[in-house]
Design a protein around this ligand. Structure first.
Ligand SMILES: Nc1ncnc2c1ncn2[C@@H]1O[C@H](COP(=O)(O)OP(=O)(O)OP(=O)(O)O)[C@@H](O)[C@H]1O
Ligand SMILES: [Mg+2]
Length: 252
């Protein structure tokens, strides 16, 4: 799935005061099939807004988004979206939450459950498959919500700070899982994060947004092979470079 974001601008008008907020100004980006692209930048620079426009939740004030050449006019189940705040269905147990999307798409339940158990194992929740959300901790609920989105067969995944609140071990496991999914299924992934180590570990390209109004300030291309070594000099240098660039943006 290739995304073409062309001349996208977004202005929000506050209902009460008619005050205008220019959230995005002239964003141009092409994201290729199977590519892993991260969006980084200061809080309020328009990362979530860009993601929501690409999904079709939000309409741009100017410009267009195309998905495999077709104009995006609304959400599609070919594009998976993992929200900044996600929730589970309280009336379904863990495994039924995980396979919810697969069920809707008519996948055989036995196969789905087998696959769900493999995913649950990767996040250490295989013993909780029959439990209900109310019996889980906050972090456990999050892990279930994440794998529920990862397991679906959408052609792309748009992820908004998905791993931000997880413990470091789970975070690293899910990072490897998402890389595997991206590579094996040729999924296109757009990933919003404030964690630069995470962006460098995962991405083919990192897009740095400027402060509001959000514009593309710089794009870093990362050619290092996977799995990437967080301790090596090249990795550390890249992390520093991206952090420095965000620092510059914040001072602009
Ligand atoms: N629905 C909305 N109505 C009005 N203004 C909005 C709306 N959504 C976003 N904005 C404004 O647009 C700007 C960009 O917001 P956005 O959520 O895209 O930022 P972000 O880069 O994702 O920030 P963060 O890193 O804090 O999540 C902000 O100034 C925000 O107040
Ligand atoms: Mg955001």
């Amino acid at each position: 799935m290739t995304f073409e974001v062309e001349n996208v601008s977004k202005t929000f008008v506050s209902g009460d005061s008619d005050e205008e907020v220019i959230a995005l100004k002239d964003i141009n980006l092409t994201i290729e099939t199977g590519e892993f692209v991260s969006f980084v930048g200061p809080s309020g620079c328009g990362k979530t807004t860009t993601l929501r426009i690409i999904e079709g939740f939000e309409k741009p004030t100017e410009g267009t988004v195309k998905d495999d050449g077709e104009l995006v006019t609304g959400p599609s189940n070919q594009r998976g979206f993992i929200f900044q705040n996600y929730s589970l269905f309280p009336w379904l147990n863990v495994i039924d939450n995980v396979i919810f999307g697969l069920n809707i798409n008519g996948k055989p339940e036995k196969e789905s459950k087998k696959r769900a158990m493999e995913y649950l194992k990767t996040v250490g929740l295989e013993d909780f498959a029959e439990r209900y959300p109310s019996e889980l901790s906050g972090g456990m609920k999050q892990r279930v919500a994440i794998i529920r989105s990862l397991i679906n067969d959408s052609k792309s995944l748009l992820m908004d700070e998905t791993f931000s609140a997880l413990d470091i071990q789970t975070k690293h496991k899910l990072q490897n899982q998402i890389l595997k999914i991206c590579k094996e299924q040729k999924k296109t992934i757009i990933f919003v994060t404030h964690d630069i180590d995470e962006a460098v570990y995962l991405s083919d390209r990192i897009v740095v947004f400027s402060r509001r109004p959000g514009m593309v300030k710089k794009i870093f291309e990362i050619k290092m092979d996977h799995p990437r070594d967080r301790q090596c000099q090249e990795f550390e240098d890249l992390v520093s470079e991206v952090i420095e660039m965000i620092g510059e943006v914040e001072e602009d």
